[in-house]
Structure formats: structure tokens, C-alpha cells
Write a protein that binds this ligand. Structure first.
Ligand code: NAD
Length: 463
């Protein structure tokens, strides 16, 4: 779907007009290309005194082969050396150097006075982040902090990160990762996602990582040998998910309603996947999914992407529209999960991935049915996550304005508002949602459980 304003904004004339009128200036965001480095530029790494996550971060940066610099921090130098990370000295007076990412270990911040460490690290270099740059702060979940003061200080990180996301502009994304006790070795898949262009349209998010078994993966083909089922795979976001899963090595079962068969055949054919033409609201949908995937080595990942909108104000809404939206978007996924979990329908270290929406977080005029269904998806994730076993996880993405047929149908004025009211000043692409799902799906992401991550360019809605 095309964004003509963005194309204009990046032309020579457009740049001039936009600068003079103070209009939004959406840049073309970096996006991941296989074979290209995960971080296309240098990383500046800092830590507050007494931080405890620098070894885990160093290990991950070494594994990514990031070109990493740090200021005069003896503790960091020592930890990094043990990880085999080549940490080079950086003088914060050097205004010429440019960075693609700032990574800061804030786990040592134990009271509000120590929050000044954020200022000390970021202030001197705030102008030195490149377009599509990343700010990643890693801390400890306030809930698990040892004292009220430490919990308060760790919670404060969220306001800092969300403000930086709004302030730095030029496609910069900022995130906060809370690492649970004993979850240090579960950090890498998340750091890889957040530091790379795969997270182009994810910003202002708080991600929790909990302790889980560690799994070694081939990072270039993490889903090799895995079977992934994607519902609603014939077009839009579902098609992008299917393609991204196949890129990462999975065999993809592409599911959609029989009426979408031609597109479904096309997508599955192009990615070497298989076709399951099925309505997910059918009574025997879960059994059919299990039977079909049994022939492919069983199911490793299910992505509940199929969804519909039927917008009407509540006063004007017919009961069948309420029922249809709730059934497709929420109840069908619930029934399928229940059946698969009760009947060994998901392999060990399996993944359940749901697609919510920022409408489910913010609510939306004319969408009582849709927002209820998508908020229900968030509930499903939150309350299912703690009871899962065998390394199985459940997470959701909550997309904002994504350029698809669904959003192309929105009237122009509302469409333009939805597109621009976020830190990226543009809509996201289906692949942006798919990349977040691929991060959840990664076998090394077992510590990522019960998270709802917005893919919305830090939309102002529901924030
Ligand atoms: P889309 O309408 O282009 O695709 C949805 C797909 O789901 C279609 O192929 C459709 O045939 C399939 N589907 C619908 N009912 C089904 C059923 N009963 N059984 C099987 N398949 C069924 O929509 P999209 O924009 O690609 O959205 C995908 C998901 O993302 C949806 O859950 C949607 O709510 C969510 N979402 C989209 C946006 C956005 O901006 N496009 C924003 C937030 C959330």
C-alpha cells in the first residue's frame, strides 16, 4: 500500500516544503535484509555502577559481532573482555562519531538519585545517533527488585525510554527490557531483535524476560526443521508472517478460508509451504489443524493472525456482527489453543502467538466488538502464560496502523491521522509485524512469555 506523502517528503522539493511548513518528515526506515549485518554501524555500550547484566549483554554483542565502544568504565571493560567482546574506548567529548545503537545496562540503579546515570551516559551523545538508530535500556523488573527504592528507580526507566522514543525522531526506536532473576542467558534473541532493523516499527515498549531453559539456534535459520501454522495467511499481515517464517527456515502451513484459496495457493507455493483451507470458527477446526500438522512432524508454532473488523457504533450494531467478530478474533483462537494444549498438539518449546491491536488497548469509536475481542486476546496471553509447560510460550503483537487492505479502506482524513500520530510519522509494513512474531517464534525466545508488544511506531493511541 502506498504512502504518497512519505514519497513526497523524501524528494528534494518535499524536504524543502516540509521544513518550511514544519510538517511531519517521515524517513524511510531501515529494514532487515538477510546477509546484511544485524547492526549497520557502531554500538555505544554503557552501564550504571554495580550493574549485573553487562556480562549477558557483552555475550550477545560479541555473538552479533557488533562494533562496540564504551566510555571510561573499568568494570565494563573487564566484563566485556571475558565475553570476548572487543570493547573500544570512546571519549564522550568526541562529537564526530556516530552510532547505530546505544545500549545501557541500568540494572545497578538502586534509587532515584542514581537515575542521574541515565543523564550522564546519554546527554553527551544524544545528537550522535544515526537515523533508524536504537536505544535499548536493560534493567530488572520492578516487581522483583529488593526494595521499594530500587523498584521505584527501575520503574522510572520506562518514562525515560518512552520520552527518548518521542524525542530522537528520524526512525529511532527506544525500548526497555527487564531481565528476571536467572534470565540473563535468555536475553540474546530479544537483544538481536531490538538492535536490528527487524524492529523498525516497534518503539517505546517494555519487554519482560523470565528464566527459561536455553536453546542453541542457528541465528540465520532459527526455525529450520520447525512447522509453523499461520491463520489468515493468504494476504496482508498473515502473508508477510508466512513469508518471514519461511525465510527463517520453517515449513509453513498456510491457513485461510476456502474462498481465499487462490491467494492461499499462491503464497504457499512461493514459500514451499502447504495449504489448509479452513474456517477457524468451524466446530472441528482444532482437530483438523492437529491432524494436518501431525503429518508434518507436529506443530511448533501457531500464529493466530486471522481477524476481521465489522465497525458500527454499539447502538447500530446488529448482534450477528458482534458474534462474528468475537468468534473469529477471540473465541476461535481460545478453542484451538485449548484443544492443542489438552491433546499434545504443540511440540515441546512450542509457541502460541496472537495478534491483538492497539484498538484493544485504547478502544476505538465504532469498534466495541473488535476492541473487546482484541483486549480479550491480551487477557488470553496474560493468563495463559503462567500455566504453560514444556517450554511452550504465548505472546501477542498489538499492531497499530499497518499498510494493508484493511487500513486502505479507512476514509482519507482518519487514515492520515492514524498514519502520522506516532513517533515514526508513518504507517508500518506487514513485515514489521511479521518480524516481531518471528522473534517470539524463535526457539531461543523461551524466556519471552506473556508479553504483549505493540508494533505501532509508538502510536499516541492508548499509550
Ligand atoms: P486482512 O483482512 O487483510 O487479512 C485477514 C485474513 O484473515 C484474510 O485473509 C481472511 O480471509 C482471514 N480470515 C478471516 N476470517 C477467517 C476465518 N474465520 N478463518 C480463517 N481465516 C479467516 O487483515 P490484516 O490487516 O492483514 O490483519 C491481520 C490481523 O492483524 C488481524 O487479526 C487484524 O485484526 C490485525 N490488525 C491489523 C491492523 C492493520 O492495521 N492492518 C492493525 C491491528 C491489528
Amino acid at each position: 500500500m502506498s504512502d504518497r506523502y512519505q514519497a513526497f517528503a523524501n524528494s528534494a522539493l518535499g524536504k524543502l516544503v516540509i521544513k518550511n511548513l514544519g510538517l511531519p518528515a517521515p524517513i524511510e526506515l531501515d529494514r532487515y535484509e538477510p546477509g546484511k549485518p544485524l547492526v549497520n554501524g557502531a554500538v555505544l555500550f554503557g552501564a550504571a555502577p554495580d550493574s549485573t547484566l553487562s556480562a549477558a549483554i557483552s555475550d550477545a554483542l560479541a555473538s552479533i559481532h557488533a562494533d562496540t565502544y564504551a566510555g571510561d568504565n573499568a568494570q565494563l571493560q573487564q566484563v566485556a573482555a571475558k565475553s570476548g567482546l572487543n570493547l573500544r574506548a570512546f571519549n564522550s567529548g568526541d562529537k564526530e562519531s556516530r552510532f547505530k545503537a546505544f545500549v545501557f545496562d541500568a540494572s545497578g540503579i538502586a534509587n532515584s538519585e542514581q537515575l542521574v546515570e541515565l543523564y550522564n551516559f546519554f546527554h553527551p551523545v544524544a545528537r550522535q545517533l544515526m537515523p533508524s538508530g536504537r536505544v535499548i535500556i536493560v534493567g530488572r523488573a520492578p516487581e522483583a527488585a529488593g526494595s521499594v527504592k530500587a523498584a521505584t528507580a527501575q520503574r522510572a526507566l520506562e518514562g525515560f525510554v518512552k520520552s527518548v522514543g518521542k524525542e530522537f525522531k528520524k526512525g529511532v526506536a527506544a525500548q526497555l527490557v527487564y531481565v528476571g532473576k536467572g534470565a540473563e542467558k535468555n536475553l540474546e534473541s530479544t537483544l538481536r531483535f531490538l538492535i536490528s532493523p527487524k524492529s523498525a516499527y516497534v518503539s517505546g515498549q517494555v519487554i519482560n524476560i523470565s528464566k527459561a531453559a536455553t536453546v542453541n539456534v542457528d541465528w540465520s535459520m532459527p526455525l529450520s526443521g520447525k512447522t509453523v501454522l499461520v491463520t489468515g495467511a493468504s494476504r496482508g499481515i498473515g502473508e508477510a508472517i508466512a513469508r518471514t517464517m519461511a525465510r527463517d527456515g520453517a515449513h509453513v502451513i498456510c491457513l485461510d478460508i476456502p474462498a481465499q484459496d487462490a491467494d492461499l495457493q499462491r503464497v504457499a507455493g512461493e514459500i514451499g509451504g502447504s495449504v489448509l483451507a479452513l474456517d477457524i470458527t468451524a466446530e472441528d477446526a482444532a482437530q483438523k489443524i492437529k491432524e494436518f500438522s501431525a503429518g508434518k512432524g507436529g506443530l511448533d508454532v501457531i500464529v493466530h493472525n486471522a481477524g476481521v473488523t465489522r465497525d458500527k457504533t454499539l447502538a447500530n450494531m446488529k448482534e450477528n456482527l458482534w458474534d462474528m467478530v468475537l468468534n473469529i478474533n477471540l473465541s476461535a483462537a481460545e478453542r484451538i489453543n485449548d484443544y492443542l494444549l489438552e491433546n499434545d498438539g504443540l511440540n515441546a518449546n512450542g509457541r502460541i502467538i496472537c495478534v491483538s491491536s492497539i484498538s484493544g488497548i485504547a478502544g476505538n469509536l465504532g469498534q466495541t466488538n473488535y476492541a473487546a475481542s482484541k483486549a480479550g486476546v491480551i487477557g488470553l496471553v496474560k493468563f495463559t502464560a503462567p500455566v504453560l509447560k514444556n517450554g511452550i510460550t504465548i505472546n501477542a503483537v498489538a499492531p497499530g496502523f499497518i499498510e494493508t487492505q484493511m487500513t486502505a479502506a479507512i476514509p482519507l482524513a482518519i487514515r492520515e491521522a492514524g498514519r502520522r500520530m506516532n513517533s515514526m510519522q508513518q504507517g508500518g509494513q506487514p513485515v514489521d509485524v511479521a518480524e516481531a512474531i518471528a522473534w517470539f517464534a524463535n526457539p531461543a525466545s523461551t524466556g519471552v512469555n506473556g508479553n504483549v508488544v505493540r508494533v505501532c511506531g509508538q502510536s499516541l493511541l492508548g499509550a
